[in-house]
Every structure is written in C-alpha cells, then in structure tokens.
Design a binder for this molecule. Structure first.
Ligand SMILES: [Zn+2]
Length: 443
C-alpha cells in the first residue's frame, strides 16, 4: 500500500508542477522527497463587446503575479475592469497571489455620437437629434406636409428609402439635412401663397373606415382645386369664363404639431357612435363623445364621420360652420366620410372630393351659392364674375363653380377671381385673420 501511495503523490506533483517528478520514484525503497505543495488557480475572463484581454485565461500558481493586457477597439472606451482582487493601471490588469479560481470582468463602452437633423419648411421629423453608438446607424422618419414632397436628404452617409433615411455607420457627430419642396408650383405672379394647417378629426365606428391615404388624397385634391391645377376640369370650361378662373394660392396641409407642440400627423381619430351631421353638433363636443376643436386661431378644424340617418340614407354631405354664424368651438367644416377623399370607392356622383372644397369655400367667406339653395343679396355680391358687364356674366352663368350647391362633383370646376378676392380678404383681414397671422411663418 505505501508503494501505491508514493506513486500517486509522484503523479500529482508531476501534474501540478508541469515537469519532472521525484527521480527516486523508480526506487520504492528510497525515501520519497515531497516538494512543498503548490496550488494553482484558474483565472478566466469575461468581456463585453468592444475589446479584448490577453491572455483570455491563465492558470496561476499561488504566490505568483500575472499581468493581463486589455485591448480596446476603435470607437470604444474601457468602462470598468474588476475581479480576482486585481489592480488596474491604464490598459494593464494585474492579479497577485490568487487564492481561488476567479474571473476578471471587463466592460467596454461604445462612444456616443449625435446625429443632428435640420429641415426646411414643409415637413417634420420625429426628433431633431439622435444619440447613436459608435458603428451604429440612425433611422430617421421624415414626414413631408401634405402639400410637400421630400426633395433631398443628405449627410451622415445615408440612404433614403421612401420616407425613412438610414445613416451610414456613425463614427463622429454629423448632420442630416432634409429639404422639402412644394408638391404644387408657386401661384401665378401677384398671388400670394396662403398655407393653412388642417386637423382632421375622424369620428370612427363600424360604418366609418377612412385611411390616412384617403385623407391625404382629399387634401391634395382640394389644394389642386384652390390652385386651379385640376386641369382635366378646367380644359372643359367655356372660353368666355376661362379668364376668370382663379389660382387662389391657398394650400392646406395636415398639421404637423398638436396644440401642445408635440409632433402630430394632423389626423385625430376617436371611436364614437355619432353622426357628424347633427343639430346638436355632438361631434365637436368631447363631453358628448365627440372631439373638441383644436384652437381655431391655429388650425382649420375638420370633422369627418358617419352622416346617415337611421335608415342609412345619406343626409347632408357636408356643412361649414362659419365664424360669426356659430359659437367658436364649432367653427370648421364637417364632411361625410363617404365623400371625403378621391380613392375609390366613394359615394357615386360625389367622388372627386369637391364637397370638402365647397365647404371650405363657405368657411373662407363665400357664404352663399351660385346656384341652388337661396343666397341673399350680400352673398350675391361676393359671387359675381370679373370684368364683364353683369348682363353678360351673371352668377347664374357660373354653373361650373365650386359654390354651385346643386350639381355633381364632375360639374364643379373653378373658383372665380372675385371669389378669390373675397376669400383672400376674409382670411387675411377678416374672421380668419388670427389663423392666417399665426401661420404666416409657414407661407
Ligand atoms: Zn354650400
């Protein structure tokens, strides 16, 4: 038995020391020399992304010292290194006299960079700046106003895909420049462009499904109408009226911020079992389940929703609540969802978005109609043609006018120059003056 024991000790020593055992081991009768017992411990390492440590593990004898070298990748810095009761000095970590197996933990931290974003007028982005770690990319969502398009996006080595710009891998602070351009050409010479923000409140229920795209299509169509860019319509206007077709310069865009200044799509949805064409105007009253107007000295309020009676018959297609004629909280335009927008299917005969344009005509001071529903004398004066003796151009001749109340969408084609003059005055110096002034910076 002693023989076996001696032999085992010899093997153990050989393993621990990594070389040579007792030279006497082949002679079991000789006394065995046992070297002082040497323990050894495993030092392992654990790393976050961003660097290295060398060696990544090491077997240390007790009463020894070992220095580990830390490597830091570009774009990173050493955040912390700890474990094994070691000490750090610069990029060296020294472990002395280990007493057990242990782990060195190394943490690296990526440098943070700022991607700033600047925009021209005509749209908005989610945030004016982004914090990005070294080597990462920023994704910037770009929202042109509904009367604008993205013209260009440059900076930080990125790529534009539809309305999202992805930067290159970031390794320094940089700036992205976003430029928007008008979807429509500038107005004719001598006509001022008047841009006004719209908030569309949608009263949703099981009958009302109106997509964002449908809403965009309406704003774009109406902008064409106000700018006399509905060329298919205008080509069919008789020659004698052609000189009186007005480019009003008026352009609408979906609001880019809510009343608190937070970024917003300008589309404000709420579920409610309400009709938008009601005597009580519940749609505009939050306490009745509707949606309160946003301040009408900053926005044009539009409510879109269900407009049928109990039998499902479509009632009024739209209504304008004109300043001075209603309490302030109701000012705006109300339109049946089935005639809002121009993406099929829309209500037959009212599928070109002219209802909204017509109601805005009222909101902008064209109180009466050129045809149909009675107009008073005062109203009549607003709707004359221009430049021709009244015997040759009477209101009744303007059958193709947007303010004809008794015709289908396809037959409403123009505002006249005198109507433009009424609207311009009404907006700039009349009941909508505050709205105009508060948004002048956007024009
Ligand atoms: Zn009307």
């Amino acid at each position: 038995m002693p023989h076996i024991r001696t032999y085992l000790i010899g093997i153990t020593s050989a393993i621990l020391l990594g070389c040579g055992g007792s030279s006497d081991s082949e002679s079991p009768e000789s006394p065995v020399t046992i070297p002082p017992e040497q323990n050894s411990y495993m030092v392992s390492t654990s790393l976050s992304e961003g660097g290295s440590i060398t060696p990544d593990s090491f077997e240390m004898a007790e009463n020894s010292e070992k220095t580990f070298l830390i490597g830091i990748n570009p774009g990173f810095e050493l955040e912390s290194v700890s474990g094994c009761d070691g000490t750090v000095e610069g990029e060296k970590f020294t472990v002395s006299n280990p007493e057990k197996n242990c782990t060195i933990e190394v943490k690296f931290k990526a440098f943070q960079y700022t991607v700033n974003v600047t925009t021209s007028l005509g749209g908005w982005i989610d945030s004016p700046s982004y914090q990005v770690s070294y080597g990462e990319k920023a994704k910037i969502n770009i929202h042109p106003n509904s009367d604008h398009v993205i013209e260009s996006v440059t900076g930080c080595g990125g790529m534009l895909n539809e309305q999202q710009y992805t930067t290159g891998n970031i390794s320094a602070d940089c700036t992205v420049n976003v430029n928007f351009s008008g979807r429509f050409p500038l107005p004719e010479e001598g006509i001022e462009r008047i841009r006004l923000p719209v908030v569309v409140h949608v009263i949703e229920n099981e009958y009302v499904q109106i997509s964002d795209e449908q809403i965009y299509s309406q704003i774009e169509a109406t902008n064409r109408h106000f700018r006399a860019l509905n060329s298919d319509d205008l080509e069919t206007i008789e020659e004698e009226f052609a000189p009186y077709i007005a480019d009003t310069g008026i352009q609408l865009y979906l609001a880019s911020h809510d009343p608190d200044g937070n970024p917003h799509s300008g589309i404000n949805r709420k579920t409610a079992q309400l009709s938008v064409i009601t005597l009580g105007n519940e749609y505009a009253k939050a306490e009745k389940g509707g949606i309160d107007a946003w301040p009408n000295d900053q926005y044009i309020n539009v409510w879109v929703g269900y407009a049928r009676d109990l039998e499902g018959t479509l009632g009024l297609l739209g209504r304008a609540n004109i300043p001075g004629f209603v309490e302030d909280r109701l000012i705006g335009v109300v339109v049946a969802d089935s005639v809002f927008g121009v993406i099929p299917p829309r209500e037959p005969r009212f599928d070109e978005g002219k209802t909204f344009t017509h109601e805005l005509g009222h909101l902008f001071g064209l109180i009466g109609h050129t045809h149909g529903v009675p107009t008073d004398e005062n109203t009549h004066r607003h709707l004359t043609c221009d430049g021709l003796p009244t015997t040759q151009c009477k209101n009744s001749d303007l059958a193709m006018n947007f303010m004809n109340a008794e015709t289908d969408d396809k037959d409403q084609k123009m505002f006249s120059i005198s109507q433009y003059q009424v609207m311009e005055k009404w907006i700039k110096t009349g009941p909508l003056k505050a709205l105009y002034i508060n948004n002048q910076a956007n024009n």
